[in-house]
Design a protein around this ligand. Structure first.
Ligand code: ZN
Length: 277
């Protein structure tokens, strides 16, 4: 544990904003700046204060990239857009038409039927308002597809990696060579794992997406949850798909319930899993 390191640079130009609640929020810092994911609602001040700490202005924020629609990643996206005017970026399959026809992040859960016993045993009872939070509307101003490139750090390549959600993306950064996995993989600090998937079709889809990353070369891997990896990076990512993976979900839960419980409680703390590693 101990104090947070005030300099949260993971690699040249790549920073993790400390004390964000929910997912990690990662900054790509070049002439212009992008933030990848924003955590739960209410992290706007924290993210903009960090920009100031590294001597930059919120005017430099040019993109608010969302790896997928989940609330713990996109809760502050609309707020940051309001504060800075930077466009929210999302894959087209992660959007739906809002009431006025303009795109916004989807809100519906994607084919996941989470059984009652799982909520009860692993996620823990929570008051109704936490269980069913008010999910803000997140208008999307910049829709991306597989192969698109954003002009930062030598090029930020968008890879469509469906599975966790239909429009989940991974990002491959050229300089430094870094792979951002969103929730397609999680760093539990003790090991890298897939997110828990209840729908077997979606799980197969995720598997295919993870397989498509096997040829990639990156020296750094960043996750939606958990600390970055800077050593033996690609062997660890490839190990996820070394063996076929088609066991019943209840068995995965039984084997990993301690890790899963830790995940949910860390998600509610500033810094999340990355703050504990
Ligand atoms: Zn997610």
């Amino acid at each position: 544990m101990g104090g947070e390191n005030p300099n949260m640079q993971i690699a040249p130009g790549i920073h993790r904003v400390p004390t964000v609640t929910g997912s990690n929020a990662v900054l790509l810092v070049d002439e212009q700046i992008a933030v990848i994911d924003t955590g739960y609602p209410g992290n706007g001040e924290t993210i903009l204060a960090y920009l100031k700490d590294i001597g930059r202005s919120q005017k430099d924020l040019a993109w608010i990239i969302t790896t997928h629609h989940h609330f713990d990643h996109t809760g502050t996206a609309a707020e940051l857009h309001e504060l800075t005017g930077a466009p929210v970026v999302a894959h087209e399959d992660e959007t739906e038409a809002g009431p006025d026809g303009t795109p916004r992040l989807r809100k519906a859960t994607e084919r996941q039927h989470i059984p009652f016993w799982y909520r009860w045993l692993v996620q823990g009872f929570r008051p109704r308002e936490i269980e069913r939070p008010v999910i803000p509307d997140v208008p999307v101003q910049h829709i991306v597809k597989h192969g698109d490139v954003l002009p930062l750090l030598g090029g930020v390549h968008i890879m469509h990696t469906p599975g966790h959600t239909p429009g989940s993306i991974c990002l491959l950064i050229e300089k430094p060579a870094a792979l951002f996995l969103g929730d397609s993989a999680i760093n539990n600090t003790s090991r890298i794992s897939r997110p828990l998937m209840w729908d077997r079709g979606a799980r197969r889809e995720l598997d295919e997406s993870l397989r498509s990353l096997r040829q990639i070369d990156a020296n750094v891997a960043l996750f939606g949850h958990g600390p970055a990896l800077t050593e033996a990076v690609m062997p660890k990512i490839r190990a996820l798909t070394d063996k076929p993976y088609d066991v019943p979900t209840w068995r995965i839960v039984l084997k990993n319930w301690r890790t899963l419980r830790r995940f949910y409680s860390a998600n509610r703390r500033p810094g999340g899993l990355a703050g504990t590693g």
